[in-house]
Design a protein around this ligand. Structure first.
Ligand SMILES: [Zn+2]
Length: 288
């Protein structure tokens, strides 16, 4: 699933390709591509000029001159591709946006249909549909001190808190595991048992790992994430724990383990990330 670095890669690619262009036509090919909370019909975009492409966490939006936003969430497998108009439609093509000028168009492709598009009016800072999402670590207004204090109020396991988009946005399973490994914190540690120093360091490590990923176009772990030109990111080659079960830890050589987490898994080094003195509960299944 695309996380902050991948969505930011898509945002900057979209901005380069479509800002300043006027939308001619919109076509929707699958009912699940439209979020039922969409405030307007898609045809309202026709004739609108794109003025910017914004992002908060994993939410993207294309803003138009008429203060409308085409808000998007890529879900598990959503892709925005800039394609030549003459190119054959993709099997999982869900929506097409054409422009008044140019030989290319914007396509939204989504194999698993967990991604969605919607039209939303403007909020004070971000579109109304994205206003419940907390700031992300790439946001210049992100306030580490405030976020550390809000994490300290949580009794649940730290990994769950890192993934809570109302605490801070943009972190998913891959970068949560990588950040916790870098900060030497076990994912099942109770959030409120960590120190302020540990938590500030964890947020610093999360920013660092996601900035490094952004620099190489993100992580294409399951090959469904690509940038707007259809190219993969290269950060999967640099991952320290995610998807590396059984391989030696880069720091101490101990084999990386995978434990159950919600319906997914956490990957960690059982030596560097010691079992917490205060655990938020959960069962450990080594090498499940
Ligand atoms: Zn280790």
């Amino acid at each position: 699933m695309p996380e902050l670095p991948e969505v930011e890669t898509v945002r900057s690619g979209l901005a380069n390709a479509i800002v300043g262009r006027t939308i001619r036509n919109t076509s929707i090919f699958h009912h699940r591509a439209i979020n039922p909370k969409s405030e307007f019909d898609f045809a309202i975009l026709e004739g609108q000029k794109v003025i910017s492409v914004g992002r908060r966490g994993k939410f993207l939006w294309i803003r138009t001159q008429g203060s409308l936003n085409l808000v998007a969430h890529l879900g598990m497998s959503g892709q925005f591709l800039i394609q030549p108009k003459r190119k054959t439609d993709e099997v999982h093509l869900r929506a097409r946006i054409s422009f008044t000028k140019g030989t290319d168009e914007l396509r939204f492709i989504d194999q698993r249909t967990f991604g969605w598009l919607a039209i939303s009016g403007d909020g004070p800072e971000v579109p109304l549909m994205a206003s419940h999402i907390a700031r992300d670590l790439f946001d210049p207004e992100f306030n580490t001190k405030l976020v550390v204090e809000s994490i300290l109020l949580k009794k649940s396991e730290i990994k769950r808190v890192l993934l809570d988009q109302k605490v801070l946005s943009g972190i998913g399973n891959i970068y949560a595991d990588e950040s916790l490994w870098r900060a030497r914190i076990h994912p099942q540690t109770a959030a409120n048992s960590l120190t302020r120093r540990q938590l500030s360091n964890l947020l610093r490590q999360a920013t660092a790992v996601m900035s490094e990923a952004l620099a190489v176009g993100g992580t294409s772990f399951d090959e469904l994430y690509v940038n707007v030109n259809g190219q993969s990111g290269y950060f999967d080659r640099t991952l320290a724990v995610y998807g590396r079960e059984g391989e030696p830890c880069d720091r101490c050589g101990t084999p990386i383990i995978r434990i159950s987490f919600a319906n997914r898994s956490s990957h960690l080094c059982p030596k560097c990330q010691i079992w917490p003195a205060i655990s938020a509960g959960g069962t450990i299944f080594e090498n499940r």
